[in-house]
Design a protein around this ligand. Sequence first.
Ligand code: ARG
Length: 456
Amino acid sequence: MSRFREDPDPRFWRLNRSIDFDRQLAPYDVAQSRAHAAALNRIGVIADDEVGRLDEALAGIEKELSGGNFEFLPADEDIHMAIERRLAELIGPLAGKLHTGRSRNDQVATDICMAVMDHCEQTRQLIYGVMSGLLRLARGHQDWAMPGYTHLQRAQPVYVGHHLLAYFWMLSRDWQRFEAARQSAAVMPLGSGALAGVNWKIDRHAVAAELGFDDITRNSLDATSNRDFVLDYLSAAAICATHLSRLGSELVIWSSTEFGFARIAEPFTSGSSIMPQKQNPDSAELLRAKAPRIIGDFTTLLGVMHALPLTYGKDMQEDKEPFFDAVETIEASLDMTRGILEGVEFDRERLQAASADEMLAATEVADLLVRRGVPFREAHGIVGDLVRQCVAQGRDLSQLTPEELAQYSPDLDEEYFEVLKQGSWLESKLSEGGTSSTSLKIQLGQADGHLAFLAG
Ligand code: ARG
């Protein structure tokens, strides 16, 4: 039956056996085998009655697998061998014909392509859900002021809706990246054989169309050694998780007593076993912490592929655990993010009080001087001096007298007090993409249009 006389050493088998994780490829493997059997039938390698029996048996195996009734045996090395073994139990030697013109090398590559395509699609839908949630929240908070930060120091006030839409656009780029990863996976390697091609003139294009691919690979060596599409998926997932970690981090900060800007709904928080007063933002903290895990999945596979000579090497079996780990982590994170956004509540008063900090208007005062012809750097210096005096004396900018102001610059007249009026420095941010109500309304419309475009 084989050139081997001895069983594999258990110490080797323990590392070599991939069935515990690659069984997740089962639905793709069965679909691929059914399409391959049909293609072999079309070129006369498998007779009409045989293809019927193969197809029926494969459909039965699929049912066993999805119903949890498929019995895996200790000798099953991977999902491909397990299905082949079961097929032989059901229909005898005919099962062996299915492996005509196919190697496990192009078989496994094809399965993973299909899994990547599938999960890109699922992830994009989850991203869409989070984007819709952000847009809804942004619309509901378009005229709520909050401090905008740089270096986590109060910088300039913005509208809450503007801040939330920043995440909307980040996620729209993630959506795009998962679409690019899907396209990278949509090129079918099946028909490349072990590495050099196969001895049968199978219509690869027909198989590709049947399995949902856009195209077929051009070079069998590249096809059997390529895992770029998994790397593309992992890189998209790592960047997306990094975006969610920033949102998670802000939610943690906002929900602290010190900030008090937002409250995460109870079902997404937990209590403390010892301090009864606590409501901890665990969900947001987990969003923060899942990103490095997915980055780890990405760098793991980059490491596996690095310096690997063509074509297939068993190293490449190590693509699956990072991939499935990232799938589970990013899909769960996006799903939870949507839930958090549905229940989060902002505290208008706290946000208002924090953004009414007059120091946030310092840039506005500098711009007033610029409008009067003072070069910006000089204006920056003058306002810096004003701020220093106020901080030292514990006074607000608007508490300075016209006489004091005149000592700094003759241009600091009554318009200075106008500029310091609350809200005026939000509405002055009129540039496209800025925070003024006018610009934000335009942006909300753009976000609406973008969602409609993504929904296709
Ligand atoms: N379980 C293997 C993998 O995931 C399947 C391919 C095995 N091919 C081989 N030539 N040993 O990579």
